[in-house]
Every structure is written in C-alpha cells, then in structure tokens.
Design a protein around this ligand. Sequence first.
Ligand SMILES: Nc1nc2c(c(=O)[nH]1)N[C@H]1C(S)=C(S)[C@@H](COP(=O)(O)O)O[C@H]1N2
Ligand SMILES: [Mo]
Length: 434
Amino acid sequence: MPGRQSGDRSVAELYRDDPERADALVWGRRGALKGAALATMGAALGGAIPFAARMPEGLVPAALAQGSAAPQFLDMEGKARLILQGERPLNAETPEAMLDDDVTPADKFFIRNNGSVPDPVADTRAWKIRVDGEVNTPLELSVGELEGRFEVVTRRLQMECGGNGRSGFSPQAAGNQWGNGAISNAEWTGVRLRDVLRAAGLKDSAKFTGHYGADSHLSAQGPAISRGMPIAKGMEEDTLIAIRMNGQPIPQMHGAPARLLVPGWPGSLSQKWFNRIELKAEPHRGRGMGGTSYRVPVTPIVPGSRNNGADFADMTSMPVRSVLTSHAHGTRLPAGTRSLDVRGQAWAGDLTVSAVHTSVDFGASWQPMTVNPPPNAHSWQRWTGRIALPSDGYFEIWYRATDSNGRMQPHAAANWNPQGYGANPISRAAILVG
Ligand SMILES: Nc1nc2c(c(=O)[nH]1)N[C@H]1C(S)=C(S)[C@@H](COP(=O)(O)O)O[C@H]1N2
Ligand SMILES: [Mo]
C-alpha cells in the first residue's frame, strides 16, 4: 500500500510525524489539488486520486493518517490474531474486518481487563452470586440454582467498551488507543437480573447497583473494577446474568462462570467473574466510578485541558457507530474494479440504527446502504450495499451510521474528555484499485 516504495517514503513519513506540516508542504495554499502537488500526493498514495477535486482542504488522506506504529498481535490459544493493546493488564482489540460475523465467535471477541484474570474454578455450577444491600432478603445463589429457579433466555447483545473509538480523539486521550474494535455481539444465555432482584425484594431505597467480580487490581489492592448503574437499567429486560456465550460455557477470559451483561451501556458495567451485586440508595463508589472515569462533559471542555470531572455525567447509552467488515483499510483491488459489494455492522447503544451511508468522494456525496432490522433489541445490525468506482486509483470509503433519534456519527470526535469516552467519528478506509 501507499508509502511502501522508497521514493514515496518521505511524504508518508512526513504525514506520520507531522500531518499538518506535511499537508502544508504537499498542498501548499490549497485550492484544489493539481499539478505537481497532485502528482506528489498520488505517488505517496500509490495511485491517481480520481476525486482529488473534492478533497476537503486540510484533509490528511486515510492511508497516511493511520497506523503510525506497526501494531502487535495477540498470540494466544483459542484467540484470533487480535490487535494487542497491552499485556499487563491484557487488552486486545478485534481488527475491524474481523467483525463480519453476525454473532461474534469467542476467538474474535475483544479482551478488556483492568486487573488479573482469575484462575478457573473446577465446579462452575457451584459458583455463588450474592445479592445484598437495600433488599428485603439478601440472597446467595449458585449458578445451578439460578438456572433452576428463573427463566433462562438467549439474546444477541452488543457489549462495547466505553472507550471504543478513543484513538479518534485529538489531542490523544489517556487509555488504550482503541479503533472501532472494542465491540462484540455474542449470543448470551442467562437469567434476567431483574428476576433475581425481585426474588430478593427491592426496598424503595434501592436506587443504584454496585457490581463485584473475583479479579483483583494489578496492585493486588482491591477489586480490578467495581462499577454500578441506576436501578432502571438493572431492571431492563435485556440486562442479564449470563452463564453461556454462543451456547458454550463462558470462556475464562470473558468472565466464567457468570458475568453481567448490560447491553448498550459501557462494557465496564458487564462485570466478569461476577460474584456479588449490592443494591444502594446512593450511586456506587467503586473503582471506575466518579471523577473522569466513564464520565463525559455535560458542557464541552477545551480539548487537552485538565479537569477533575466533577461536573461530568456518567456515560449511559453508547453513541451510534458503524464498522466496515468487507474491506480492510489498505485493501488493494485488481485494476478495472468498478463496483464493490460492501457490508458491515452498525449499532447505537440502547437505540437502533436507522441508516448507514457511504461516500467514496471524500464526503461530497453519500449513498444510502441497506440496514437490516436487529434480530432483537440491543443487537447490532447488518448493513450492505454496492459502491460504484469511476476508474482505477486511490479511494477512501467513508461510512457513517444514524441512530433512531436521527443522530449521526460526527465528522470528528466531539466532546473531548481526559479519559477519552464517546468518540464515534465517521470512519475512513483507504482502497487502492489497480
Ligand atoms: N471483573 C471484571 N469485569 C470486567 C472488567 C474487568 O476488568 N474485571 N472489564 C470491564 C470492561 S472495561 C469491559 S469493556 C468488558 C470487557 O469484556 P471482555 O473482556 O469479555 O471483552 O468487561 C468489563 N467487566
Ligand atoms: Mo471497557
């Protein structure tokens, strides 16, 4: 792909190191890209740029803007070649083109740990979960008892890290630099949390939950993470205590023997190795609550500025996002390719996706794609479509989804915050034809 040929390296490198300066040097005072500047840019990108005249001023081509450092990959039994985000704690992202399955298989499921992964237990059915706090009758139920006592349901549910898309922020926000791949949509089987809470008998004072799991922080001090939510989310039909994933016992990495599944909200609520839920009159104050953790500004702050998050609000439903799964960023296609069948997934937290659009002319024109209805609420949705290409050359497929409230992915990550939540800008995949 672009930047590989030695003569073009300098331009590609310049873009990597200092995109703004590169842009000024290559394009000069840009009206339209033409003459020598167009030739230089085309050489750096590896082909002619048929829609050069529609390139917005200051746009850094996707082929040059992304993938600065060579990614490292996970090498682990039972897992696909995920993009390694960190080893201690272990975090790995699913490459976007690997999100093509409607039901995410275990091996392609992203990994997000805040602490150490506990050792597996021998008898998973004897694993106990405690329900206490503002309830009439504190309970301690084994996984076996849960299955025997309550209705067992199966749902396809998205689970997305609150920081998904973080790498879209400028200046860079703290944390794993996720692209779009901290998302999964597995088939979860379990009991509804609300049935269990009702069995314990909620007091009127039970307004919030607090979640606990068996893993500990790497400092070995206290829980790795312990978040909570307003009781209304806990009482929703799709909030589960899950005991199977895709019809199998939950893999150890993903929270065996039982985990919470709080679809549509930050994945951090979906407690793995789940062993206790506490009902509370006030918001829970465990690790990962308060300050700038999983919280976003109510009034935008200056990007890059310091803030203690006191005026921020807890993240609730995740924003709308789409992935392109048919063509990886950097795909090269045979000369003469004039149409592309494209597809991907799109989701919008608690909402549904009403439209997905694509553009191949740098956003000058957009075509509607076909979006399938979700098989059940809180599942992602498949989108498909065909894109026409006028000639050989360098193209970018831009893709964006719109949620059922009419909100669309923005052109740039908005509402910057120190820990980088809620970035869902329009994505761009570079494609070279010929
Ligand atoms: N016990 C426990 N539960 C946890 C976490 C954790 O570190 N420990 N990480 C949370 C976060 S931030 C996310 S995004 C999801 C990731 O789940 P996965 O690793 O199965 O993809 O689990 C959540 N539940
Ligand atoms: Mo997360």
